[in-house]
Design a protein around this ligand. Sequence first.
Ligand code: FES
Ligand SMILES: [Fe+2]
Length: 456
Amino acid sequence: MPVKTYQPQANAGSFRGYAQSQMAAVDEEIARIGPGTPAGEYHRRFWHPVYITEELGELPEAIRILGEDLVLFRYGEQRDQIGLVHRHCIHRRASLEYGKCEDKGIRCCYHGWLYAPDGEILETPAENTKTAERLRKSTRLGAYPVIEYRGLVFAYMGPPDRQPEFPVYDACVYDDMTSATYKAPYRCNWIQVLDAIMDPTHTTYLHSRNSHPQFSEGMKAEGVLHFYERNDNHFLGSSTRRVGDNVWVRVNELILPNFTQAGSAFAVDGTRQCYFGRSCFTRWVVPVDDENSIIYAWANFGSRWDPHEYNTREGYEMIEQGEILDRSLEERKRFPADSEAVEGMGSISTHKGENLMPTDRGIALYRKRLRKQVRALTNQIEPPQPIKSADSCIRTYGQDTVLTLPSKNDEDDQMYLDRIGAVVMEMQFDLEHFNEGNRDDEIVSRLKKLEADGID
Ligand code: FES
Ligand SMILES: [Fe+2]
């Protein structure tokens, strides 16, 4: 039987495998987040969510955040207070994951040393010596301050004299919204996960055309993109799509270093009007270590958010990435979602191996600013914190707006969509400092007027 051979279709010189077989280097400056690294120091200037309160029971939990091994535990007579300490006892390194939660703190299982939540050594029961007394005065277990807020435990892991005010976002204080906490692990570097929020184009391809419509049919349409940078740390990516006679403006956002919001996942599909519908999630991409990340988030439900029927564990996973997390390899190949896209890049991606395109402008914008701030911090210039408005909330923009504005006979529709997208965004920027509490009402009424008057 003749041996079947395959002839290259092009000449041999067009094959580049050998020339490109060496891996590009890791983007050390912004990808690595361990203690003492530039981006690690940068992250240690912000509050990060590190756990879901109701998942912390009576026993301590070992966690890893920013490359540090830690233990989260309950203490106090009612065990209603929460402490966060380095995982290993400073006596002889036993893990406090096996410690005992007590009224005053956590006690190591090995020789019974008791630590206060701020790391003070309260007792060294087998060591009633001057040496132990000296040690108690001179040394502490590493510990970090925590704040429990709306069902999430937040920690600040930076220098104590740089601890920022705890940020409260407008997205957290709506009376008519129901929120539920969720988490989602990603087995890759935090930048890979974060990039997706500034990449509105992937909803058209990954979430719609290449799998099946994971969110809605309307997302199949390619959007006209706009990207904005505001206040040096707030990035917006809007995608303006045509769905029949309607125009759908969907806005994703990122506040450095890792706060993200978007429009709805399931409430809006472009077929019905919507005026400043708000984000389906309020979410942080938290680095676990250089090769793992975890999302801590609130999924948001109500008339301006996703429908209550998605307020289930599977619902949160679908809001997070369009599919549930626990799927077979075959399912993940047939219907890939965000996990497949970002984990498939490898555990820590090499930015030099990319070719950024105009649709990646949001990614280029935020990475450039991030890099600048990481570098500045190495020169003792502190990064900006999110900016509060007069009502002490931080303004956010993650949203959907759907207006009935049919295409015009005398104009290219892409140009028209481009203009509508820009007008909708700029109108909101004009109202940024509008009378507190009425901002949303004013945005809604101006959007309705815009729709009624039309856009020239
Ligand atoms: S190792 Fe913890 S008390 Fe000895
Ligand atoms: Fe996605």
